[in-house]
Design a binder for this molecule. Structure first.
Ligand code: GTP
Ligand code: SPV
Ligand code: MN
Length: 599
C-alpha cells in the first residue's frame, strides 16, 4: 500500500515527516498478508540475507545470521529519556529528552538512503482487548518487517482499527547504514558503534538506531510492551510484566492460570510449553515472555499476552527438553544465528547429542568439526507464530485475559535459593519479586554467569523509577480485595552441586513443582513455615517415577541461615540505592526476615 492511500491523516503526515528526514528511496506500508511475507522473505533470499530451508524438512522457513557484533540486547545503550532523571530511577540509563532527540535527529538524517522504509502497523494484545495498544514502526529492515508479522498482530487489521484518528505509539527504527550510489550492502547491515535504544516515556515514543537484533529492533516487544507499557500501566493501574502465562490442568480437570517471571534466558519459554512428566497433568501456553495484567470486574487479576509469537532461545531446545516447542518451529519459522545443515535444515547445541553434517555455522563459515567454537550463537533465536504451538491454550485470544491464581519468580541461582517456596502475604510476595537476582545469560551483551539483581526480571525493562514500580505492585492490595490476589512463589531450577552439575532435572520435571504450587493455591499441599517463607519437605512433593536421592532433595530444599542473613545484608545495601522511592513496606519485610533468621 502507498502512504497517500492511508485514511489516518495524522499518521500519513507523521510518515511523510520522517520519510523526508530519513530519505529512503521508497516507502512501503505493510498489509500483513501471507503473500507480502513471502515476497519480503523472497527478496531477502535473493539478496543472500536469508537462506530458504529445505521445503521437505522445514517448510516456509528461513535461516539467517546477524552481524557478529549485533547478537543481543545492548543494555548499556538503552535509555529512558524522562525530563527528570529521578523518573528513570537508579536502575535505568537516563538521557535528557532534548539532548537525545538532538543527537538522534543528527545521526539519523538521511540514514535510510538507498533503502525501503517499511511502515509496520501492529497491535499488542488481541485486537479487541481493552488493554490492546497499537504501535506503528518505521524501519529500514525487511528482516524486522518479516519478524513483526510473526510477533504481533500486524497489517491491515490494525490500520482498520486505527481508523481516521486512532491513537498509536510512534516507533522509529533504523539499522543506521545508508546506502550511497555504488555501495554494496551487507547481509546484516547495522551500526554497532552507534546503537541507541531510546524511550521517551512522557511522549510515549520509541527511537532505536543502529541494531537489527531482537529486542533492540522488534520494537513491539521490550520497548513498547514493557518499557512504554509499564509507564502507561502505572498511570492506569495495571501491570506490564516480563512474564509467561500458562494454564495448568490437574488430572481431575481443574485448571489454574499461572504467571511466571524469570530473567532473560532463564526458562520462560520452556515452562510455558512444558510437557509435565507427572501423569495426567497438562500445561497449555498463553504466553512465553510478556504479560499485561489488570484487575477484572470480579476483583481478580487478569492477564493477556500482548504478543502473537515466540522469539525464543534456540540452544538447548530439543525433543527431550521441549517437544512442544520443537513442534512449534517445524514450519513457517525464521531462525537467526543457528547452524545450517548440509541438507538445508537448522541445528544448534543441545538439539541432538551428535551434530548432523553441517554446512556452516552461524558466522557463515564452513563447519570445522574439530573447532571448539559453537555452531549456534548462545543467543540464537527462532521466530514462530503462537498458533504453531501444539499446546496453545484456547484462551490465548481472549480479550479480557485469564484469571491468575499464582505468580512465580525465579532466577538462575547456583546456590542458596531453594527449589521452591511460598510467600506469606502480598507484601512478602512483592518482596520476593523485588529481591530477585540471577546469573547473567547471553541474552544480554555482557559477562555471562555474573550474579546481578534483577527485580521482577524487569531490570532492563521497567520504563520508570524501579522504586515507584515496587510501590505500584504493593498498591494492588489497595486496588482490590487482597484475598483475590494471586499467591506468590519463588522457584530455582538452577541449583548446582560442587561439580557444577544441575541438581534438579528441570524441564518436564518442573511439573512436580507446579503441582505443589497448584495444590498450595487450594490448600491441598503441606509446607513448613521457615524464616524465608513456606517451604515443602521432600514428602510434600509428588516424586513418583523420579530418580532423585533424599540427600539431593534435602539440599534443594534446605534453608542456610548464615547464607540468607548475608543475602539480606546484600539486599539491604541494594535497596538503599532507591533512596526515598524505596517503599517502607519492603524494608519492613526485609527486617522481619532478618529477625526470623536470627531467632
Ligand atoms: P527470553 O526469551 O530471553 O526471555 O528467555 P526465556 O526466559 O524464555 O528462557 P528459555 O525458556 O528460552 O530458556 C533459556 C535457557 O535455559 C535454555 O538454554 C534452556 O535450555 C534453559 N532452561 C530452561 N528451563 C530449564 C530448566 O528447568 N533447567 C535447566 N537446567 N535449564 C533450563
Ligand atoms: C529477552 O532478552 O528477554 C528476550 C529476547 O526475550 S529480546 O527480544 O531480544 O529482548
Ligand atoms: Mn524475554
Amino acid at each position: 500500500m502507498k502512504v497517500d492511500q492511508l485514511k489516518h491523516k495524522a499518521l500519513q503526515e507523521w510518515i511523510i515527516k520522517w520519510k523526508n528526514h530519513f530519505e529512503p528511496s521508497d516507502v512501503y506500508v505493510c498489509d500483513g498478508s501471507e503473500q507480502e511475507h513471502h515476497r519480503l522473505a523472497g527478496e531477502l533470499v535473493k539478496s543472500g540475507a536469508f537462506i530458504k530451508l529445505n521445503e521437505n524438512k522445514r517448510p516456509g522457513s528461513y535461516w539467517c545470521a546477524s552481524d557478529p557484533n549485533d547478537v543481543a540486547r545492548v543494555e548499556e545503550r538503552t535509555f529512558i529519556c524522562s525530563k527528570d532523571p529521578k523518573d528513570a530511577g537508579p536502575t535505568n540509563h537516563h538521557k535528557d529528552p532534548k539532548i537525545m532527540h538532538d543527537g538522534l535527529n543528527k545521526i539519523s538524517k538521511g540514514c535510510m538512503k538507498g533503502r525501503t522504509m517499511y511502515v509496520v502497523p501492529f497491535c499488542m494484545g488481541p485486537i479487541d482487548a481493552p488493554l490492546a495498544m497499537i504501535g506503528v514502526q518505521l524501519s529500514d529492515s525487511p528482516y524486522v518487517a518479516c519478524n513483526m508479522r510473526t510477533m504481533t498482530r500486524m497489517g491491515q487489521q490494525v490500520l482498520d482499527k486505527l481508523g481516521k484518528d486512532g491513537e498509536y505509539i510512534p516507533c522509529l527504527h533504523s539499522v543506521g547504514v545508508p546506502l550511497n550510489e555504488g555501495d554494496t550492502d551487507s547481509y546484516w547491515p547495522c551500526s554497532p558503534e552507534d546503537v541507541v535504544v531510546s524511550h521517551f516515556p512522557e511522549e510515549k515514543l520509541i527511537f532505536s538506531y543502529g541494531s537489527g537484533y531482537g529486542g533492540n529492533a522488534l520494537l513491539g516487544k521490550k520497548c513498547l510492551a514493557l518499557r512504554i507499557a509499564s509507564v502507561k500501566a502505572k498511570e492506569e493501574k495495571w501491570l506490564a510484566e516480563h512474564m509467561l502465562i500458562i494454564k495448568l490442568t490437574s488430572p481431575e480437570g481443574e485448571s489454574k492460570f499461572i504467571a511466571g517471571s524469570f530473567p532473560s534466558a532463564c526458562g520462560k519459554t520452556n515452562l510455558a510449553m512444558l510437557e509435565p512428566s507427572l501423569p495426567g497433568w497438562k500445561v497449555e501456553c498463553v504466553g512465553d515472555d510478556i504479560a499485561w495484567m489488570k484487575v477484572g470486574k470480579d476483583g481478580r487479576l487478569y492477564a493477556i499476552n500482548p504478543e502473537a509469537g515466540f522469539f525464543g532461545v534456540a540452544p538447548g531446545t530439543s525433543e527431550k527438553s521441549n517437544p512442544n516447542c520443537m513442534r512449534a518451529i517445524e514450519k513457517n519459522t525464521i531462525f537467526t544465528n543457528v547452524g545450517l545443515t548440509e541438507d538445508g535444515d537448522v541445528w544448534w547445541e543441545g538439539m541432538t547429542d551428535i551434530p548432523p553434517k553441517m554446512k556452516m555455522d552461524w558466522k557463515r563459515r564452513p563447519w570445522d568439526p574439530s573447532s571448539k567454537e559453537k555452531v549456534a550463537h548462545p543467543n540464537s533465536r527462532f521466530t514462530a507464530h503462537a498458533t504453531m504451538c501444539p499446546i496453545l491454550a484456547k484462551e490465548f485470544d481472549e480479550p479480557e485475559g485469564v484469571p491468575i491464581d499464582a505468580i512465580i519468580f525465579g532466577g538462575r541461582r547456583k546456590s542458596l535459593v531453594p527449589l521452591v517456596y511460598e510467600s506469606l502475604s502480598w507484601e512478602h510476595g512483592v518482596f520476593l519479586g523485588a529481591s530477585l537476582s540471577s546469573e547473567l545469560t547471553a541474552a544480554v551483551k555482557g559477562t555471562v554467569g555474573k550474579l546481578r539483581h534483577d527485580p521482577f526480571s524487569m531490570i532492563a525493562f521497567c520504563g520508570y523509577n524501579m522504586g515507584d514500580y515496587f510501590s505500584h505492585w504493593l498498591d494492588f492490595a489497595k486496588f482490590t480485595d487482597r484475598s483475590k490476589l494471586p499467591k506468590i512463589f519463588n522457584v530455582n531450577w538452577f541449583r548446582q552441586d560442587s561439580a557444577g552439575k544441575f541438581m534438579w532435572p528441570g524441564f518436564g520435571e518442573n511439573g512436580r513443582v507446579l503441582k505443589w504450587i497448584f495444590e498450595r493455591c487450594s490448600d491441598d499441599a503441606k509446607a513448613e513455615l521457615t524464616p524465608i517463607g513456606n517451604v515443602p519437605h521432600m514428602e510434600d512433593f509428588d516424586l513418583q517415577g523420579l530418580d532423585i536421592s533424599k540427600g539431593q532433595m534435602d539440599e534443594l530444599l534446605k534453608i542456610d541461615t548464615e547464607g540468607w542473613l548475608k543475602e539480606m545484608d546484600e539486599l539491604d545495601s541494594y535497596f538503599s540505592m532507591f533512596k526515598e522511592s524505596m517503599p517502607q513496606a519492603l524494608l519492613e519485610e526485609l527486617e522481619a526476615i532478618r529477625k526470623r533468621l536470627k531467632k
